[in-house]
Design a protein around this ligand. Structure first.
Ligand code: ZN
Length: 201
């Protein structure tokens, strides 16, 4: 069932709300940034005011919850550490944040998920396969706060990643080095390319 708008705009009174498909629509669900692959919203053809259809926003919430439940793949291979089984949770970054990991807001959402799993004692594999664009800004927001904590010493054993090409892997290493050495200087920055490594604090 498609949402139908096509009614007079209440904002300007002149235009008509048109049913509009928006690819990669950025919204927030429960305060967490979320990208809807293709959202249908109403947009006024005169003033650009937008309106939402409750059925459509319900669909977004369902998508969000389905993704939040499905991006976690418990891996049964484990080995044991001190007699205790170690469960590795794989986070499919492309499923959670999309194929283009650009914005720090998206990185923060990933950071929240990782933090929660670490607090529960999990070991985590970040699987970047399928991610096409990855910025230092995103990685800074996703991983920086974890490595900046004073109790981050155990992270190397509990946080792993895969699916990165060598260049992105290097950027990730620099982000982590940066976070671990807050007073280090002379990190090259390039704000133009979006791959800048400047710290936000
Ligand atoms: Zn209008």
């Amino acid at each position: 069932m498609q949402p139908r708008f096509e009614y007079p705009c209440l904002e300007c009174g002149r235009g008509t709300m048109r049913t509009t498909r928006v690819p990669h629509y950025q919204t927030k669900i429960n305060g967490i940034p979320f990208v809807v692959d293709e959202a249908v919203i109403g947009v006024c053809d005169q003033c650009g005011a937008i309106d939402f259809d409750p059925q459509e926003t319900k669909r977004w919430e369902a998508l969000f919850h389905r993704r939040c439940c499905s991006f976690l793949l418990p891996v049964p291979s484990l080995g044991s550490r001190a007699g205790k089984e170690v469960t590795v949770h794989t986070i499919l970054v492309a499923d959670l944040a999309g194929r283009h990991c650009l914005l720090s807001e998206e990185g923060e959402a990933l950071c929240q998920v990782i933090s929660r799993l670490l607090e529960q004692g999990n070991t985590i594999l970040l699987d970047f396969s399928g991610v096409e664009t990855l910025t230092a800004m995103f990685l800074n927001a996703a991983l920086g706060p974890l490595y900046r904590r004073c109790d981050a010493s155990g992270l190397d054993a509990r946080l792993h990643w895969s699916g990165l090409d060598p260049q992105d892997a290097r950027i990730l290493e620099i982000v982590i080095e940066n976070a671990r050495a807050p007073f280090a200087t002379a990190v090259p920055t390039s704000t133009q390319s979006g791959r800048g490594l400047s710290r936000e604090e």
